[in-house]
Design a protein around this ligand. Structure first.
Ligand SMILES: NC(=O)c1ccc[n+]([C@@H]2O[C@H](COP(=O)([O-])OP(=O)(O)OC[C@H]3O[C@@H](n4cnc5c(N)ncnc54)[C@H](O)[C@@H]3O)[C@@H](O)[C@H]2O)c1
Length: 295
């Protein structure tokens, strides 16, 4: 059904013009969720600098529209900002439709929208637990569901064409996280979805991979004074002996063998790798400065 709806808007000339050759990021159409701020915004900025067409999506409608205007102006590339709540099926379906209508297709979706609520078993409410799962886990499912419908339709026009579904996961999807189980559970689940979608979608040339960042200390997720992780982790007692946000930062920085936090440009390199490579799917790519080592 959705494939038929999306089909009407797919630019068949674009698919034909790209058939049989390698095409780079500048010729691709992206959706990035959670794009109003933080890592999602940073990924969009890097993609805009490379000349990609981008549908920036976020539940924060004002933030995402302003962000899209800024990038369209600064990089003179085709960027739109759309309202989307990744926990709402109709909203995700419309987000994909808006991107396909505007740009004539969809090549890569980066499922980056995510929330974190720290807290141990005595403290975390069922409501907060379910909210984290709804955004981080269910949201990724819905993005993959509707994005893959477009990708399959494009593949039907060019049997060699490849597409990408990328989940921005976390190092907390690779090992447990003390007093942070709602988040870690949702991210572990994301790896299960990544592997399972990869198996289901490989016959359609859709690669599905997760990127697992370490801690991005400079973004709002950590540094927001009210709800940021420095404050949440201080309150939850996750950094032993920490009395200030600076103590929490020092505690976490010391955990990465490469001696610093993760940066947006580290993740952009991983996104570029995942998209450009043609022979890997169902993987979790760690970008943690050595903090998490795969077995
Ligand atoms: N910042 C880090 O240290 C870090 C580390 C590892 C992984 N990650 C992951 O990277 C992703 C982005 O994190 P960030 O640091 O940029 O966070 P952030 O809080 O700065 O940004 C998250 C964005 O997602 C949006 N969002 C929240 N709920 C949404 C929903 N239901 N629908 C659509 N958009 C929604 C927010 O409005 C916000 O713009 C998340 O998936 C997070 O788990 C972050």
């Amino acid at each position: 059904m959705d494939q038929i709806v999306y089909n009407d808007y797919i630019d068949k000339d674009r698919i034909a013009a790209q058939a049989g050759r390698d095409f780079d990021i500048s010729e691709r159409i992206f959706i990035v969720t959670g794009a109003a701020q933080g890592l999602g915004y940073g990924i969009c900025e890097a993609l805009a600098a490379m000349g990609a067409k981008i549908c920036m999506a976020d539940v924060n409608i004002r933030g995402v529209r302003d962000a899209a205007k800024l990038l369209a102006r600064d990089y003179m590339t085709d960027v739109i900002g759309v309202e989307a709540d990744v926990t709402d099926e109709g909203s995700v379906r419309d987000m994909v439709l808006k991107a396909v209508k505007r740009f004539g297709g969809l090549d890569v979706i980066v499922s980056c929208a995510g929330v974190l609520k720290a807290g141990g078993l005595p403290d975390l409410s069922k409501e907060d637990f379910e909210r984290v799962g709804a955004v981080n886990y269910t949201g990724f499912f819905l993005c993959a569901k509707y994005a893959s419908a477009v990708m399959k339709a494009q593949r039907a026009l060019d049997k060699d064409r490849m597409h990408d579904i990328i989940e921005i996961n976390s190092k907390s999807g690779l090992e447990g996280s003390k007093a942070n189980f709602a988040y870690a559970g949702s991210k572990f689940g994301g790896i299960g979805l990544t592997q399972s979608f990869a198996l289901e979608l490989a016959p359609f040339g859709i690669k599905v991979n997760a990127i697992c960042p370490g801690n991005l200390f400079d973004g709002p997720l950590w540094s927001d004074p009210e709800r940021g992780l420095f404050k949440q982790y201080l309150d939850a007692g996750k950094a032993p002996g920490a009395k200030t946000a600076a103590d929490v930062r020092a505690f976490y920085e010391a955990k990465a063998p490469l001696g610093r936090g993760c940066r947006v440009d580290d993740i952009v390199r991983a996104v570029k790798y995942v998209v450009e490579q043609q022979y890997e799917t169902g993987q979790a790519v760690p970008v943690t400065g050595g903090q998490v080592m795969l077995r």
